[in-house]
Ligand binder design. Sequence first.
Ligand SMILES: Nc1ncnc2c1ncn2[C@@H]1O[C@H](COP(=O)(O)OP(=O)(O)OP(=O)(O)O)[C@@H](O)[C@H]1O
Length: 256
Amino acid sequence: MKETAATPEVPFIRITGLRKTFGTQKTLQGVDLTIKHGETLVLIGPSGEGKSVLLKHIIGLLHPDEGRVELDGVDLCSLNERKLVKFRRRMGYLFQNAALFDSLTVAENVAFPLKEAGVTDRSDIDQQVHEALELVELVEHKNKMPINLSGGMRKRVGIARAIICRPECVLYDEPTAGLDPIVTDVIDQMIIRLQKRFRVTSIVITHDMSSVFKIADRVAMLKNGVISFLGTPDELRQSPNPDIQNFIGGHSGLRA
Ligand SMILES: Nc1ncnc2c1ncn2[C@@H]1O[C@H](COP(=O)(O)OP(=O)(O)OP(=O)(O)O)[C@@H](O)[C@H]1O
C-alpha cells in the first residue's frame, strides 16, 4: 500500500519577522506568529507595545518596514489596493471604540459593510442585518441611534457589523474595555458563540485576564516588540516567568 505523508496544517495567518518603526519609536521588532484556522488567539501585553499596530498589519491597514503577513499563503504586501480590499472582506474588524457612525441608526451601521461590498437588494440587506442583530441580541434596538445605546450595546453593534459579511476571521481590539463584569461576560459569550457557530478564526486584544481564560485557545504576549510568550491559557497560568505572573496578577512592583 502506498504511504501518504501527513500534510502539515497550513496556518490561516503567518506573520514572520514583522518590524515597524514610527519615527524613532521601534514598535514591532521581529514578530513571528502563526494563527490556525478556527482558533481564538488572544493577544495580551503592556499598553503601548503595539498590539493594535499588529492587528492593523493583519488587515493590511499598515504596511511593515520588514517582514511578511501571509493570509492563506498570500503575502498581503504583494497585493494591489483592489486585491487587498477583496482580501479584507474575508476579515471583520471591531475597532477599540466600536467606531459607529453617529448619524446612522443601528441597522444602517450594521448594513454599511454590505453596501460597501456592493449588495443593493433591499430585502437581502434587511434579512442579513436582522440575522446579524439576532446573533448579538439587538433586533429590537435596530432603529436606535448610537448615542442612545450603552457602551456594551455599542460594542455588540460593532460585532454585528464586523460579522455581517460572514468573514472567515474576526479581529477584536479590546472588545470589553470599560464594561462591567456582566456585560464583559455577554461579549465574551458572543465571541465564543461566533467561533462555535461559524468556525471563525478570532484574534482578540484584551487586558481583561478573566476574558483571556474564558475565550482563548492560545495566548500570545507582545512585549519589547516581539512575541515573548505563546501557549495555552494553562501554560500561561503555569509559566514560571515572573514578568508573565506579574502581568496576570496585575502587580506593578510599585508600593504606595
Ligand atoms: N499611525 C501611527 N503613527 C505613529 N505612531 C503610531 C501609529 N500607530 C501607533 N503608533 C504608536 O505605536 C505604539 C503602539 O501603539 P498601539 O496602539 O499598537 O499599542 P497597544 O499595545 O495596542 O496599546 P493599548 O493596550 O494601550 O491599546 C504607540 O506608542 C502609538 O503611539
